[in-house]
Structures are given as structure tokens and as C-alpha cells.
Design a protein around this ligand. Structure first.
Ligand code: XLS
Ligand code: CA
Ligand code: CA
Length: 438
């Protein structure tokens, strides 16, 4: 059965196209910066928002109208797989991502949950044989069920830690079975609400023990996927342990896990941490730890995780700048961890949202590539830091000086002259590039 009957394969028609169901900017075969757009952007659909979520919010029940609504249990899970592959093919995305709990129902016992998961994984694997779509990453949902109330790997209850270990063991096996290129850990409930009842040191030590065990098991079964940590500052717990990339790096280095993990960076989580998307990408990039991206955007007027489809060209341009400077995303991709608004309940809206997101990143890619080709930021930055390429600055950078020598130098200085940072001028230049006027 077809779930998106009225939609044909989405094609690139160019910027002047008036068609609702066509790409205006994303042209998978167009070469930008030496690679095709498809190779550089590596788009992925998030199973949970697009096939599992129903649009419910804390004030009301689901609003989404979906062809698979009338089903339950495993039948529902199977229908979603059929719908998902129809959607992937029609949209022409190379990847998808899921939590175990998105693709198969969670039962009261682990045994039954795993059995159901096996049925659906076998079905997904079958579909993957005849489809070009690959698994970007999978993960374990360790935040929805009431057992995770005190956390998973950071729970105060050792039985919960063991249950979480069993879920991740299964997740790694599933990832291997489906050839996943990455494995994600988002610490949904790995944090705390009050220090009054929390042994923070034990929780962090346990989290590290958990990650080491996961890596050991992945090695044991020959699952070579890149491990990714996804930072988020708060929600659902008040203090999430993986607050942002910098905090994550501190944790990974402390526990000798920094060679095992890279980061999956979500735009909306960056905003919640009080950073820009490009800030988080930059911190990961300069530390060699930019792994993958959850491509969405938040709402500046709302203080929670709204997971909107990306439409901000300024942001995708600066994000694609970081990604191109990183030499691409490696095994990572741009995963639309984004949901249509509650009032956008038609299945057509799923296409509109993804088309808009893909076009928004395609524009970002093209503009970023032109900015790099013209050395716009590189020239500004090398000029700004020019004082470190000669004289005393060069000595500082090369470690050839010390406080005494610097004091001697400083005593001989005329009043120090600084130069303008020219931020407003730079922003005006970016606008010219965005408008395609350069
Ligand atoms: C929630 C997270 C989650 C992760 C995967 O805010 O974004 O969806 O991406 O568990
Ligand atoms: Ca995410
Ligand atoms: Ca989010």
C-alpha cells in the first residue's frame, strides 16, 4: 500500500520552479567544493519525528493524520517501515536514523521487546537490500519508560544501569546488522535535578564505565561505527551532564574516551546552551571531534527544544562553512531531527518540511563554498591576527618567550594601538554573498 500516493519522486527543478514538490536549490548531482551535494550534505530523515510522533504536546493529544494511524503494536511498526521507505525513496535522501523504540514497540519485558525489535529489524534489512537508503545512526531510547526516572547509565539504581547496558548491547548488535555508520548516545536522563540527593562523582564514573563497556562490546562483535555523543544542556533533566561540546570534551578526556567518541551536534541544543550552532560546530572541529549534525533550528522566543525544520539561511551558511572547513562530515550526516508543527498535520507537510530543510542547507553549502573560495573569513582572520606572525607575537606562538622577556618588551611599548574588529562590515559582506551579489 502507498502512504504518499499523490507524491512522485521529488526532483531538482531549479530556483525559478513554482512546483510545491520540487527542490529549488538541492541538486544531488551538482558539484560544489569538489564533491556532489549528495556526498557533502548526506541528508537523513529522523524516524521518530516523521513516522512515530503524533503531534501531541503537554496540553493535548495527537493531531497528525497518518495512513498508519488505525494500526497497533507490531502491525503499526510494520506499516511505519513501509511508509518510511516510500518516503525515503520519494524524497531521495541517502540516510535515516532511529531509536530502537521508534521502529518497534517497547514491552514490559526486555525479552519481548528484543523479539519484536528483531522482527522489525529483519524487515528493515529486507527493505534496505532493494533501496539505496543507508542507516546513518541508531540509538537506544533510555528516557521514555518510567524505569529511566533516575537516569540510565547514571541511575541511582544498579538494576537500571544493567537494563541500560542490555539495551545498548542490543542496539550495537542492531547497528551492526543494519550496517549503521555511527552509533549515538544522547543522555536523555543522564543528569540530575537536585544535588541534595545526587552522588555526582559516582554518576559520572558510571557513565564513563558504561561507555567503555559499550566500546569494548562493539569491538568484540566487530561493529566499527563511529561513536557519537550528543550534547544538550537541559531538558528533560535540569542539569544534563553533556551540557555542550566543551563540557563533553572535558568529560571524554577525563575518562580516556576522547579517541572513542566524536560529537553529534544539534542546532537547537546549541541554542539552549546559549551558543550559536556554528559555535558548537567550531569547538568540535578545532578539536577534531565533529562527527555528525542534527539539522534543525530552535525558536529564539521560546526557551525549549522546539526541533523546527531549518530555514535560517544565515545559520546554515555558517554551519556549512564549519563543515567544509572540517573536510566534510566523514561518516556523519545532516539528520533532520525536526518535527512539523502541530498544526501542520497533513502528510504533504512532511515533504514540504524536508524539501525546505534540504534547500536551506543547499543554499548554505553554496554560499559557504563561495566564501571559502574567496577567502573571505580567512583574509579577515589572518589580517586580524597578523601580530602573531612576526616579532614578539611569533616568539609567543613558537614558545620562545617567557614572562620576564614579555615584561621587558611591554615596558618599551608606546601606548598600545588596537584595530577595529569591523563586525558590522563583515556582516554586510555576508549579506552580499547570501543574495548572490558577489
Ligand atoms: C532530544 C534528542 C534526541 C537524540 C537522539 O532532544 O535530540 O532526539 O537526537 O536520542
Ligand atoms: Ca537530536
Ligand atoms: Ca532536540
Amino acid at each position: 500500500m502507498a502512504y504518499f500516493e499523490n507524491i512522485s519522486n521529488i526532483k531538482f527543478e531549479g530556483p525559478t520552479s513554482k512546483s510545491e514538490f520540487a527542490f529549488k536549490h538541492y541538486n544531488p548531482t551538482e558539484v560544489v567544493n569538489g564533491k556532489t551535494m549528495e556526498e557533502l550534505l548526506r541528508f537523513s530523515v529522523a524516524y521518530w519525528h516523521t513516522f512515530t510522533a503524533d503531534g501531541s504536546d503537554p496540553f493535548g493529544s495527537g493531531t497528525m493524520v497518518r495512513g498508519w494511524d488505525r494500526l497497533n503494536g507490531l502491525d503499526l511498526a510494520k506499516a511505519r517501515v513501509e511508509a518510511a521507505f516510500e518516503f525515503f525513496e520519494k524524497l531521495g535522501v541517502p540516510y535515516f536514523c532511529f531509536h530502537d523504540f521508534d521502529i518497534a514497540p517497547e514491552s514490559d519485558t526486555l525479552k519481548k521487546t528484543n523479539e519484536d525489535l528483531d522482527v522489525i529489524v529483519a524487515m528493515v534489512k529486507d527493505y534496505m537490500k532493494t533501496s539505496k537508503v543507508k542507516l546513518l545512526w541508531n540509538t537506544a531510547n533510555m528516557f521514555t519508560h518510567p524505569r529511566w526516572v533516575h537516569g540510565a547509565a547514571t541511575s541511582s539504581n544498579a538494576d537500571v544501569f544493567a537494563y541500560a547496558a542490555a539495551k545498548v548491547k542490543k542496539g550495537l548488535e542492531v547497528g551492526k546488522e543494519l550496517g549503521s555508520e555511527n552509533y549515538v548516545f544522547w543522555g536523555g536522563r543522564e543528569g540530575y535535578d537536585t544535588l541534595l540527593n545526587t552522588d555526582m562523582k559516582l554518576e559520572l564514573d558510571n557513565l564513563a564505565r558504561f561507555f567503555h563497556m559499550a566500546k569494548d562490546y562493539a569491538n568484540e562483535i566487530g561493529f566499527g561505527a563511529q561513536f557519537l555523543i550528543e550534547p544538550k544542556p537541559q531538558e528533560p533533566t535540569k542539569h544534563q551532564y553533556d551540557f555542550d561540546v566543551a563540557t563533553g570534551i572535558g568529560f571524554l578526556k577525563t575518562y580516556d574516551l576522547d579517541k572513542t567518541f566524536k560529537f553529534n551536534i544539534e542546532a537547537n541544543h546549541a541554542t539552549l546552551a546559549g551558543h550559536t550552532f556554528e559555535h558548537e560546530l567550531r569547538v568540535a572541529r578545532i578539536n577534531g571531534m565533529l562527527g555528525s549534525v542534527d539539522a534543525n533550528q530552535g525558536d529564539t522566543l521560546i526557551g525549549w527544544d522546539t526541533d523546527e525544520f531549518p530555514q535560517d539561511l544565515y545559520s546554515t551558511t555558517l554551519a556549512m562553512y564549519e563543515i567544509l572547513k572540517n573536510g566534510g562530515l566523514g561518516t556523519g550526516g545532516l539528520n533532520f531531527d525536526a518535527k512539523v508543527r502541530r498544526a501542520s498535520f497533513d502528510t504533504d507537510d512532511l515533504f514540504h518540511a524536508h524539501i525546505a530543510g534540504m534547500d536551506t542547507f543547499a543554499i548554505g553549502l553554496k554560499v559557504a563554498s563561495k566564501l571559502i573560495e574567496d577567502n573571505v573569513f580567512e583574509d579577515i582572520i589572518s589580517d586580524r591576527y597578523q601580530s602573531f606572525t612576526e616579532g614578539i607575537g611569533k616568539d609567543i606562538v613558537e614558545g620562545k618567550t617567557d614572562l620576564k622577556k614579555l615584561e621587558e618588551y611591554a615596558l618599551g611599548l608606546e601606548p598600545i594601538k588596537n584595530r577595529s574588529g569591523r563586525q558590522e562590515r563583515i556582516k554586510a559582506v555576508i549579506n552580499q554573498y547570501l543574495l548572490g551579489l558577489v
